[in-house]
Structure formats: structure tokens, C-alpha cells
Ligand binder design. Sequence first.
Ligand code: ATP
Ligand code: MG
Length: 460
Amino acid sequence: MPGSMTRYYEIRRRADTVIIQLPEKVRYIIGSIRKAGYEAFAVGGCIRDSVLGREPDDWDITTSATPRQVKGIFGHTIDTGIQHGTVTVMLEREGFEVTTYRIDGKYEDGRHPKEVTFTPSLFEDLKRRDFTINAMAYNDEAGLVDVFGGIDDIKRKVIRCVGEPKERFGEDALRMMRAVRFSGQLGYEIEANTAGAIRELNTNLKYVSAERIQTELVKLVTSPHPEKLRLAYETGITQVILPEFDICMKTDQNNPHHCYKVGEHILKSMEEIEPDKMLRLAMLFHDIGKPKKITLDEKGIHHFHGHPAVSSEMARDILKRLKFDNRTIYFVTKLVKYHDYDVKPDPAGVRRAILKTGEDIFPLLFQVKAADIRAQSAYMREEKEEKLKAVYQVYHQIISEKQCVSLKDLAVTGKDLIEETGMQAGPELGEALKKLLDFVVEDPSRNKREILLKAVKEFQ
Ligand code: ATP
Ligand code: MG
């Protein structure tokens, strides 16, 4: 929507009042509910983001009307979470979650709220929310409702629980991870009492589902401050959800290429790469196996021979444990496995590397390797970067010339081999094609039908 960027989160401050420009549809929904005689406010993340001058992802609405009453007001609604009081109001194919004011019951063993109770009080609804910055509501008539000091905490740049932190984390342990995640997204500190409560209650995270932890971990590592994972370490969160990382935080690297412990190097490498999920996760895990591979030579230097393979296997185990999807596991484990792969900066060397790592993985390795280098000591940095640049130039040429680097680029197919050489379909045919590909990767001028048909006979 052109022009919408400023419209939605433009805020004017007049004599200490915050004015938020609500999107038209949100105003319409709030207005309709109010006309029917109930209260309604935009609430939570969208208010926080508006105050911060960021465009909200979605606009949640909270209301004194019950789900049934909400459904009576609008023509098209979907029961998205009716048992929790949420109805999605559809306006021209756009959905808005409208949730009845509620008090959350105790979370059963930190997993689900046992029951929710509807309440006529906005105050009660704001009180159940996790952090002060997430517990503000707004409508055009009442203005900003900020009963827990959310604005002050935004000014102070702190994440603070609504109410007594220990109680709040006791109700839902995931909030401890959310605290760190918001700290990464906003670059805020976690207020001392809130952080103290996390230190006391972090073990409760073991009762939280892997899926919920995964969501927060991804939001943290793809945030502007992935290094805030350090806060998760300091407050004991990673000890529960990612103990492998804690070991890295304690592992020295007495080696000229490094100036940080393994854990700090990992944090720095995440900061040095763009905030893409696969890339950030690859950096998180690229050296996770180093503690298992550490050796000390006679000069007192640490080595970590074979760590990429171990890191890749550990990444697979951890990602599975956190219930990541197969595509993520595929990309991340491969990037980890090849992050240290030595690519010779000549055409055959680069083609071999593309073949080895995969056409999908190879181009991403430039970013991974560059971030890794920038997170190391300055020792030989220029040489390392020069070499990477040289590899990139060769790669660029290979791609622009559409040189053969995979079976699909080969000038013969399996069918050709069957028809022309009398070979049978089966594993041998696959082997022959692979050999031909190696043969062509050494010299692209060999990628001609006659040459390959002749070569395949010589292989046999
Ligand atoms: P984002 O959507 O950017 O991840 P958000 O603050 O909107 O951030 P959501 O998970 O969408 O987060 O939740 C919306 C609102 O619901 C929050 O702002 C907060 O008020 C409340 N909330 C969400 N999860 C919890 C929780 N576990 N405990 C208490 N309140 C929560
Ligand atoms: Mg949200």
C-alpha cells in the first residue's frame, strides 16, 4: 500500500498525550463495537510498536464484548480461538483478532492456561499481559491506557514484568524467553527484578513445548541484537534449552586466528551476518562442536580439527529436539558442515566445491565465511577476505557462463547412455553419470555429447 508507511504509526505528542493513527479498519472495528455498547481498544504489540515508530505486524483488539456478542456485530467472523475468547473479524479478506477481556487461570505445569475467565475490566486484561511495554491499550476516545508504566519503560529501554516477576514466570515459563527475545528485538535491558526471577525459575522452561521455544529462539536470533543470547546464557535459560551453547561460552580458543572464547565468537558471528533465519542459525551452530574437538599442541595452541562435521551433527540433533522443519535442518546443517570448507580460488576448485556443497548451499557460504572471518581476530584477516573475494569472482564467472556444475547441466542424460551405450538403468548408470560430471567439472570444454559418450566407454 503506497503511502501507508507513515500513516499507521505517525504519532503526535501534545502536552504529554500520545496520539496513535489507527488504521481505518481498526477504527471501524473499534467504532462498531462501541456503537453496540461495549468497550474496545487496540492492544499489546501494535501499541508498543506504534509508540516506537515501527509498523505493527498486526493489530489486536481487546473488548468487553463476549465472543458471541462480537460475532453478532460483524458479518464475517471466524472462530479462531473461541475457547480463549478470540474471534477473527474479516474485513475485505483481512483478518483482525478481537479478544474478550480475560483473566488467565494458572498455567498448568507451565504449558497451557488451565482456564480463562472473561472479565468486564480492561485493567484486569492488561494485568494478565507479560511485560509493561506490551500492556498498553489505545482508542481514539480514551487515548493511551498505560496503567503499568509501559511508556516509562520504553523511555528507560527496559523489559519489565507486569506485577511480580516470579509469579508471572511461574504462570507461564515461556515469558522468560520472551523477555530475552524482546530485549534482542528492541535492544533493551531486562530490569533487575525481572532478570533475577529468570535466574530463579529458568528450569521451568523444560516444561514448555519445543515449538513455543523454537518460535522465540528464531525471533531472538533474527533480531537486530542476536548477541542478546548472551542474556539467555547469563540468566540460565540456555542451560535448559541449549546447554551445548553454555559449554561454548566456557571454551577458550588460544589460537592466533581467534580473540574470543567459542561462545563469544558465535555471538559476534551472528551479529556479522544478515538477519536471515537460515544464516543466523548456521552461525549459531557453526562452532557448537568445537568443545568436543579441542586439542592442545606442544606450543600451547588450541586446535579444533574436524569440528565442522561434529557441529553439523550436533546442529541436527538440537534442531530436531526443538522441532524445526526439515528444510531448515537441511540448510543449517549443510552450511555448518561446509563453513570451513577450503575452496581453491581457481575455476576447477570452485566448480568442485559447488559440486561438493550443492548449488543451493554454495552461494550462501560466502556470507557464512565472511561473517566467520569478521568474528575472528584480525590475524590474516585481509588475506582471508582477499581469498574469499577471489573465489567469489571465479564463482560469478562460472555462473554467468552457465558452466556445468550439476547433472542437469550435463550434455548427456541417463536416457542417452542407455540408448547409445546399451547400459541398463540402475546404480551403475548413476555412477557413470557422476563420473562424467567429475570429468566435466575438471574441464567444461568436455561437456559435449560426443566427448562424453566416448569417455563413458573408456570408464568401463
Ligand atoms: P510480536 O507479534 O511482534 O511477536 P507481540 O507483543 O504482538 O509481539 P504476541 O505473541 O503477538 O506478541 O502477543 C500479543 C500480546 O499478547 C502481547 O503484546 C502481550 O500483551 C500478550 N501476550 C502474548 N504472549 C503472552 C504470554 N505468554 N504471557 C502474557 N501475555 C502475553
Ligand atoms: Mg503480535
